[in-house]
Design a protein. Structure first.
Length: 271
């Protein structure tokens, strides 16, 4: 069964041009990145977290030079915000964020070989996706703020202060893994234009979660030994960011494709 799944995954990846779709998604992700961060930071103004906490959260997955690029440009964008342009910038922010979610909706349905949903459904699902992503990020940011002091208190009472650092690092990684998995599971359930259950989608969500974290970790280390500016000059950092977005999009598509392949094999009685 495993060999059949792998063979079918390779065939469908080439047949349905997932590489091309992932490249398209990467472009929309780039357009939606800073608008999404602006929305997130606008919400975080009322919470005990800030820009630094957001950067710390994504640091394990983003190469160091790309993280610096995001931080610098995000600061530039936030510095030039003006009250008189608030309405226009808010509209553009929401629209560009939705464009990124529309790309995910179309791409996931393409991986399932389902027709694209109607525009009204795409807008509703797009808002749900953005809300789910923002909620997941906020929960991930608030957990260290409130969870670490509680954990430190408990470990102090138990006399295990030295074990706190190792334990907390493991817990933070586990929470991050869990949150990413839940977001992908919700994505695979609500995005397809046909009804899906969690039983149909959890294999792809688990695969995409592990694959994305592994790809991000590997790409981060790869970037330590490669300088894109030698080839692309000042565009090198943008190219690196696009490659990371491509890997992210490709793993999302592979997760959906895995679910589709397993469902097809079940219908054909191959497993």
């Amino acid at each position: 069964m495993g060999k059949k799944i792998v063979k079918r995954m390779i065939q469908s990846t080439w047949e349905y041009r997932l590489f091309d779709i992932a490249a398209q998604m990467a472009y929309y992700f780039l357009l939606a990145l800073f608008p999404l961060l602006i929305v997130l930071l606008s919400i975080l103004h009322i919470l005990p977290v800030g820009v630094h906490d957001v950067l710390v959260l994504i640091h394990p997955y983003v190469p160091e030079n790309l993280l610096s690029f995001i931080a610098v440009n995000l600061s530039d964008v936030l510095d030039v915000q003006r009250t008189e342009t608030l309405s226009i910038s808010s509209f553009v922010t929401v629209w560009m964020t939705l464009m990124g979610s529309f790309a995910v909706i179309r791409a996931v349905n393409s991986a399932y070989q389902f027709p694209d949903p109607s525009l009204s459904r795409m807008i509703i699902v797009g808002f749900v996706l953005v809300f789910t992503l923002l909620t997941a990020v906020i929960v991930s940011l608030l957990f260290p703020v409130f969870g670490e002091p509680i954990g430190r208190f408990i470990f102090t009472v138990l006399g295990l202060e030295e074990a706190m650092h190792i334990f907390w690092s493991f817990i933070r990684w586990g929470i991050s893994f869990f949150v990413v998995g839940i977001v992908l599971l919700i994505l695979y359930i609500i995005v397809p234009s046909q009804r899906m259950s969690w039983r149909d989608t959890w294999p792809g969500a688990l695969f995409a979660t592990v694959g994305w974290q592994a790809a991000s970790f590997g790409f981060s280390h790869f970037n330590q030994w490669n300088d894109y500016t030698l080839i692309y000059g000042g565009l090198g950092t943008i190219i690196g960011l696009m490659i990371w977005f491509f890997l992210t999009a490709f793993m999302i598509l592979l997760g959906a494709q895995l679910n589709a392949v397993i469902m097809e094999m079940h219908r054909n009685g191959d497993c």
